[in-house]
Design a protein around this ligand. Sequence first.
Ligand code: 5GP
Length: 193
Amino acid sequence: MTKSNKSLIIDHEGPFKGKKLKCIFTEEQIQKRVKELALEISQDLKNAKQPPILIGVLNGSLFFMADLMRAMNIESEMDFIKISSYHHTSSTGTVRLVKDISAQITDRDVLIVEDIVDTGLSINFLRNRMQSNSPHSLSVVTFLYKKEISQLKKEPEYIGFVIPNYYVVGYGLDLDQKYRTLRGIYAIVDEKE
Ligand code: 5GP
């Protein structure tokens, strides 16, 4: 498939074979929203005693984190965490820590940067884990939020876009490691949609 087409058919083997990728947010819409989020976050954290620490959740948040951090008009630091989650049902499951942060976050202002919140299991786990290190403040920004299916105890403080329960790819999000470098967000839909 080419990166410039607006909607394309998935051709590799798997449950989504033959389905269509439909663009739901263009690169321009994404960049505009990321700038808005960056300014809002900068405004909220501008009085922090030390630069806030942005913690990107690997791998999907990579491009969002890079764009967000560069669009902020205050200094910030970065670190990364990697987890893997296995869902038994939409509300229960297990989260495993694959790579921990190296920064000391006690008394610091911490912002977790997530690509997408689906059930909310990952964010609940990450909030609990960060909170146990007594940061000065802790907030979450997610680029996409499947609000209608999430079972979050506490909603993200900053949300790029609320989306329906689609499986989406692009802007860092993958399907079996494919499609991450698409510059828009694409939903996997039936061919007639
Ligand atoms: P949660 O724990 O909120 O159910 O799931 C969060 C993680 O699941 C995300 O960080 C992402 O890795 C993955 N995920 C959830 N929904 C999607 C989706 O629509 N597309 C892709 N590519 N990954 C998703």
